[in-house]
Design a protein. Structure first.
Length: 279
C-alpha cells in the first residue's frame, strides 16, 4: 500500500505515468475529475470546477477579493487529506505534495522533461496540419501551463514549484520511459522509508480529521464562526474563533461532534457580542 503525490510539467508524460502507476499499485487515481467528485460530497453550494483552487491556477485580483477563496482552499485540503488517509492512492497535481510534505511515508514526485521535447509531445497530440502554427500553439500551451502552475503553488503555499527540494524524487522523461518510471517508483514505494509508522499515521490522521471538521463547519448553514481554526493533535480536536452568542459556540461544537472520528473536543471559541450602539 502506498500514497504517492505527483506534480508534472505539461508534455512530460506525467499523466501517463500516474495512470500506469496507479494500475501497477492497484491504487486509486486521484486526478482532477476524481477530486472534483470528492469535493461534491461536501454539498458545497454553487460548486464550479473552474475556480482557481480546483483548476490549478492562481486567482485574478478580482477573485482574490471573493470570500470563497478560503472555502475552496479548505475543501481542497479536506479531500486530499482524506484520500491520503484512506491510503493506496496516486494524487495528481493540486499541490498534493506540498499539503502532505509533513507526512514522511508519502512519496512526493515531480515529472519533468526538456522544454523542446515537451513542445514536440504537445504538437504530436494535436491535429493541426500546419507545423508552424502547431509549434506556436504548443509553445504557448507549455508556457502558459508552467506559468499557471508556478503561480498556483506560490499562491497556495508560497513556495517555488520548480524547486527540487520540495520533492523526494524528480524524474526526467527525456530518457526514462513511462514503463521505467513506473518500475522505479513502484520499487521505491516498497522501501522502508515509505512505509507508514505510528508517528506518520498520527500526523496524517490529525490533518485529515481537522480538515474534515473545518470543511463541515464552513458548509453547515447553522454555523458561523469568524476566524475559524480547527486543529487536531493525537486525535484531540481544538476549535477556535469568535462567535456572537453562546448558542453559536454550542452549534459549532455540535456540528464538529457529528464528523466521523471525532472523540475529544476542546472548544476555545470565544463569544464576542457586537458592541452596543447609540450610547
Amino acid at each position: 500500500m502506498a500514497v504517492v503525490t505527483m506534480s508534472s510539467e505539461l508534455g512530460s508524460e506525467g499523466e501517463q505515468i500516474a495512470r500506469a502507476l496507479a494500475e501497477r499499485l492497484g491504487a486509486r487515481l486521484v486526478d482532477p475529475p476524481a477530486l472534483f467528485d470528492a469535493v461534491r460530497d461536501y454539498d458545497a453550494p454553487n460548486l464550479r470546477p473552474n475556480v482557481p483552487e480546483l483548476a490549478e491556477r492562481a486567482p485574478t485580483l478580482w477573485e482574490r477579493l471573493n470570500e470563497e477563496r478560503r472555502r475552496y482552499s479548505v475543501l481542497l485540503r479536506a479531500v486530499i487529506y482524506r484520500f491520503a488517509d484512506e491510503d493506496n492512492c496516486v494524487i495528481v497535481g493540486h499541490g498534493g505534495g506540498m499539503l502532505l510534505r509533513g507526512v514522511r511515508h508519502v512519496l512526493k514526485l515531480k515529472i519533468i522533461a526538456p522544454r523542446d521535447l515537451r513542445v514536440q509531445r504537445v504538437m504530436a497530440s494535436t491535429e493541426m496540419r500546419d507545423p508552424t502554427a502547431a509549434r506556436a500553439a504548443a509553445e504557448d500551451a507549455v508556457r502558459r501551463a508552467d506559468r499557471d502552475r508556478a503561480r498556483y503553488i506560490r499562491y497556495l503555499f508560497n513556495v517555488d514549484w520548480a524547486d527540487p527540494a520540495s520533492y523526494d524524487l524528480v524524474i526526467n522523461t527525456r530518457t526514462i520511459s513511462v514503463v521505467s518510471a513506473v518500475e522505479l517508483v513502484t520499487a521505491l514505494t516498497a522501501r522502508p522509508e515509505y512505509q507508514p509508522t505510528g508517528e506518520s499515521l498520527t500526523v496524517l490522521r490529525d490533518l485529515a480529521l481537522s480538515s474534515q471538521v473545518e470543511a463541515a463547519l464552513m458548509h453547515d448553514p447553522n454555523v458561523w464562526v469568524e476566524n475559524l481554526r480547527v486543529t487536531a493533535r493525537g486525535g484531540e480536536l481544538t476549535l477556535s474563533g469568535q462567535v456572537l452568542a453562546e448558542e453559536d459556540r454550542d452549534a459549532a461544537e455540535a456540528s464538529a461532534r457529528a464528523v466521523a472520528g471525532v472523540r475529544v473536543i476542546r472548544n476555545e471559541i470565544a463569544v464576542q457580542p457586537p458592541p452596543l450602539t447609540g450610547m
